[in-house]
Structures are given as C-alpha cells and as structure tokens.
Design a protein around this ligand. Structure first.
Ligand code: HEM
Ligand SMILES: *[C@@H]1O[C@H](CO)[C@@H](O)[C@H](O)[C@H]1NC(C)=O
Ligand SMILES: *[C@@H]1O[C@H](CO)[C@@H](O)[C@H](O)[C@H]1NC(C)=O
Ligand SMILES: *[C@@H]1O[C@H](CO)[C@@H](O)[C@H](O)[C@H]1NC(C)=O
Ligand SMILES: *[C@@H]1O[C@H](CO)[C@@H](O)[C@H](O)[C@H]1NC(C)=O
Ligand SMILES: *[C@@H]1O[C@H](CO)[C@@H](O)[C@H](O)[C@H]1NC(C)=O
Ligand SMILES: *[C@@H]1O[C@H](CO)[C@@H](O)[C@H](O)[C@H]1NC(C)=O
Ligand SMILES: *[C@@H]1O[C@H](CO)[C@@H](O)[C@H](O)[C@H]1NC(C)=O
Ligand SMILES: *[C@@H]1O[C@H](CO)[C@@H](O)[C@H](O)[C@H]1NC(C)=O
Ligand SMILES: CC(=O)N[C@H]1CO[C@H](CO)[C@@H](O)[C@@H]1O
Length: 328
C-alpha cells in the first residue's frame, strides 16, 4: 500500500514536472497571476505604498522611473535592484545614479514576503508600484499584468547601451524604444511620465549654457522659463533639481504636454517631441484632452506594453526574497 502510494506519488511528480516544462515554455504574463497563490497581494502592495508615499510624496516619481529603468535593461526582471559588488551593475550606470526608491521596493517586498514567502517576484512588485505611483498621483488606475520572475544578471554596460539619452531627438528616442519592441506612440505617450518628478540641473544645463558647444542657449527654450531655470542652476552648481512639469509637478495629468507645447520642457528629449510633426501633433492634441480620458487610456496601454519587455516567466529566473540580494 505504502509502496504503491510512493510509486503513485513518483509518477505524479514526473507528470507535474513534465507539465511545468510545458507551462514554462508557454508561460505568459496575465492579470491576477497571484489570485490563488497570494490572494490580496496587490491590495497589500498598495496599502504599504500608501504609507510610504504619505511619508515621502516624491517617491511616486521615483518608483515610476524605477520600473522604466528596470524594463529597458534586460527586461522587467528586477535586475536593476541587484546590489553592486564590483561597480559594474546596472545601478552603477550614470543614468541610474539619480534613480530613487530601492528602499521602498525592499520595504514592500518585506511585507509581501511575510505573507507569501518566495512567491511574488520583485519584478512584479516594481510593476505594481509603478501603477500605484500613477494612481496615487491622480492618474489612471490600470490593471497590471503579473507573472514576471527575477533575473540574476545586472550589467552597467547594458544600462549605458539601452537607456535613452536625455538629449535624444525623436529619431533617436524612437530607436531606443523600438529595440524594446515599443512603438513610436509608446514613446510619445510614456514620455509623459515626466508629468511627475524632477531632474537635476546636470541633466539639462547644456540647454542653458552650452547647447551647441559655443556657449549658447537652446533656442527652443522659452526665454522667461530659461531665465528662471538659470537662476537655480548656476554653472558649477548643478546638484539642484527642477520639476519636469512646471505647471503641475506632483499631479499626473496633461501638464507635461502643456509644458512641452509652451516650450517649457526641461529635458532635450521632451522638447524634441515638438520638432517632429507626428509627435508634435500628439502633444498638441493632449493639451486639449481636458477630461484626460484619451491620455489616461493611452498611458495605461503603453505601461502594460512596457511591462512586457523582456520578461522572464514560467520556470525562467527566480523569485528573490530580498530584491537586492542574489541567492543561487
Ligand atoms: C523618452 C526617453 C526618456 C528619457 C531620455 C528620460 C530621461 C530622464 C532624465 C534625464 C531624468 C532626470 C534624471 C535626473 O536628473 O535626476 C528623468 C526623470 C524621470 N523619468 Fe525619464 N526619461 C525617459 C522616459 C521615461 C519613461 C518611459 C518613464 C516612465 C514610464 C520615465 C519616468 C521618469 C520619472 C518619473 C522621472 C522623475 C524621477 C524623480 O523625480 O526622481 N522616463 N528621465
Ligand atoms: C484573477 O481574478 C481576476 C478578478 O476576478 C480575474 O479577472 C483574473 O482573470 C484572474 N486571473 C487568474 C490568473 O486567475
Ligand atoms: C520617511 O522619509 C524620510 C526621507 O524623506 C526617510 O529618511 C525615512 O526613513 C522615511 N520613514 C519611513 C518610515 O519610511
Ligand atoms: C542566471 O540566469 C540565467 C538565465 O536568465 C541562467 O542561465 C544562469 O544559470 C543564471 N546564473 C546563475 C549564477 O544563477
Ligand atoms: C558584477 O556584479 C553583477 C551583479 O551585482 C554581476 O551580474 C556581474 O556579472 C558582475 N561583473 C563582474 C565583472 O564580476
Ligand atoms: C537625430 O540625432 C541623430 C544623432 O545625433 C542625428 O544623426 C539625426 O540626424 C537627428 N535627426 C533629426 C531629425 O534631427
Ligand atoms: C562647451 O562645449 C564645448 C564643446 O563641447 C567645450 O569645449 C567647452 O569647454 C564647453 N564650455 C563650457 C563652459 O562648459
Ligand atoms: C480643442 O478642443 C476644442 C473643443 O473640442 C476644439 O474646438 C479645438 O479645435 C481643439 N484644438 C486642438 C488643437 O485640437
Ligand atoms: C521583441 O520581439 C521579438 C519577436 O517577438 C522577440 O524575439 C524579442 O525577444 C522581443 N524583445 C524584447 C526586448 O522584448
Ligand atoms: C554605485 C552608486 O552610486 N549607486 C547608486 C545608485 O543610485 C542609488 C539611489 O540614488 C544610490 O543609493 C546608489 O548608491
């Protein structure tokens, strides 16, 4: 009897293992991946973020950007979270030196681990956090796909290669998004994430003081706005920050597009949208999207698209207990 049960169990294990291989090969992201394995996890994440944001509202922008930088380098696999032991991890890349919110993700992950140990990936928590950051900033509440797994490889060189440059024009930006299977429209729509958050003077000082290398200013900058920026960002004193959407800096709305249309975009990459006829048309259309229905719907679609980039699913990758610490 016991022997038979043992054999049956062994057969079951073989069958289940075979099924897992099939599932692994075909696994995809889905809505509510944790419905059965960790019920209520999305509410748990949102509750924890609510208290984190109550303490530091600026982290909403930080966590939205964190997901973007994660997704663009080796996919949305939380590889950005991995601690650096050798100064050559994604974290060490220049564009990442201003990325904020690592501790917040770890705090949320710790809560989730207490309820559902080793079941919910860091990559999914980052995707949920980006969604909730938008929601808590009065933006759209969209459904986030889950089922990502965490990657173990984090390389500085890949971050430098794959993150778009802050002075890129539309051709360049479209290329960087295209490499990630994201469309021109995704690029124009997701750029509006800059309706939240700040940039350091070092990210745009060239536009104020040395645009073409001849000590000049970017002629596309509204002169009054440029003067206001220059009062804060003095040469050699570039550690200050300025809001990227000067109209409504902490509200997720179309203020970004209004700022861009008014030649008050902070980054060269934002200003560049106006130089392209299609991108410029979308910018102008969105300045007029008074009820924000079109912008919110478009943003939700593009965030879901970005959340699919290069994901590990099924039996690929791992679920880490601490997002920064890789355990074999
Ligand atoms: C289109 C190409 C993009 C470029 C060139 C770009 C570049 C930048 C730069 C240079 C900063 C300021 C960093 C600093 O000086 O502190 C920044 C901030 C930010 N970016 Fe982007 N970005 C792009 C797309 C995105 C996307 C797709 C998202 C999210 C969906 C995003 C979200 C953010 C947020 C929220 C901040 C503010 C962060 C904070 O306040 O700490 N960006 N970005
Ligand atoms: C999880 O539950 C939601 C809400 O009932 C449903 O829409 C979704 O399809 C479910 N997902 C899975 C994988 O069961
Ligand atoms: C609150 O935010 C500050 C920084 O703004 C941080 O030093 C502190 O650890 C945060 N406290 C909690 C409980 O998150
Ligand atoms: C890291 O992940 C890759 C697949 O993404 C896998 O092939 C490799 O064995 C992993 N390395 C370690 C040290 O776990
Ligand atoms: C550096 O560390 C990262 C993870 O922190 C690892 O992926 C990478 O392979 C390491 N590089 C070298 C050269 O050891
Ligand atoms: C965009 O920038 C790239 C690289 O600097 C340049 O080769 C290209 O001509 C520019 N395109 C436009 C339309 O300005
Ligand atoms: C302006 O840019 C040029 C060319 O890149 C450089 O040689 C010069 O030193 C810069 N001037 C200042 C004040 O940074
Ligand atoms: C903005 O909306 C109004 C009312 O729907 C319309 O009359 C106007 O042409 C729109 N402007 C642009 C630039 O789309
Ligand atoms: C882009 O799509 C192709 C074809 O479906 C796929 O092979 C590739 O892995 C995707 N790249 C990323 C970064 O998702
Ligand atoms: C190596 C390094 O400086 N990494 C930094 C990446 O950005 C985070 C957040 O600002 C810093 O805490 C890290 O020290």
């Amino acid at each position: 009897m016991m022997a038979m049960a043992g054999a049956a169990v062994r057969r079951m294990v073989v069958v289940v293992a075979a099924m897992m291989v099939v599932v692994g090969a075909e696994a995809q992201l889905q809505y509510g991946f944790y419905n059965a394995s960790c019920p209520g996890v999305e509410e748990m994440v949102r509750a924890e973020l609510k208290s984190i944001f109550a303490n530091d509202t600026t982290l909403r922008a930080g966590l939205l950007r964190l997901h973007f930088h994660d997704c663009f380098v080796r996919g949305c696999d939380a590889s950005l979270m991995l601690n650096s032991h050798n100064s050559t991890a994604e974290k060490d890349a220049d564009p990442n030196l201003t990325v904020r919110g690592y501790e917040a993700i770890e705090a949320v992950k710790a809560k989730v681990e207490a309820a559902c140990p080793l079941l919910v990936s860091c990559a999914d928590i980052m995707a949920m956090a980006a969604r909730d950051a938008v929601y808590f900033s009065d933006g759209p509440l969209y459904q986030v796909e889950t089922g990502r797994r965490d990657g173990n490889v984090s390389k500085l060189a890949e971050a430098l290669r794959d993150l778009p440059p802050s002075d890129g024009n539309v051709t360049v930006l479209t290329h960087y998004f295209g490499v990630k299977n994201l469309t021109f429209k995704d690029m124009v729509v997701l750029s509006a994430a800059h309706t939240l958050g700040v940039a350091h003077c070092s990210s745009f000082s060239k536009r104020l003081y040395n645009f073409t290398g001849a000590g000049d200013q970017d002629p596309s900058l509204d002169p009054a706005y440029a003067k206001q920026l220059a009062a804060v960002c003095k040469p050699g004193k570039l550690a200050s920050v300025e809001p990227m959407d000067p109209l409504t800096p902490v509200k997720f709305d179309n203020g970004y597009y209004k700022s861009v249309a008014a030649h008050q975009a902070l980054l060269g990459s934002d200003a560049a949208l106006l130089d392209d006829s299609l991108a410029g048309a979308y910018v102008r259309l969105m300045t007029n999207d008074t009820n924000l229905n079109t912008f919110f719907a478009d943003f939700a679609v593009s965030m879901v698209n970005m959340g699919r980039v290069g994901v590990l699913t099924g039996t690929d990758g791992q679920i880490r207990a601490t997002c920064g610490i890789y355990v074999d």
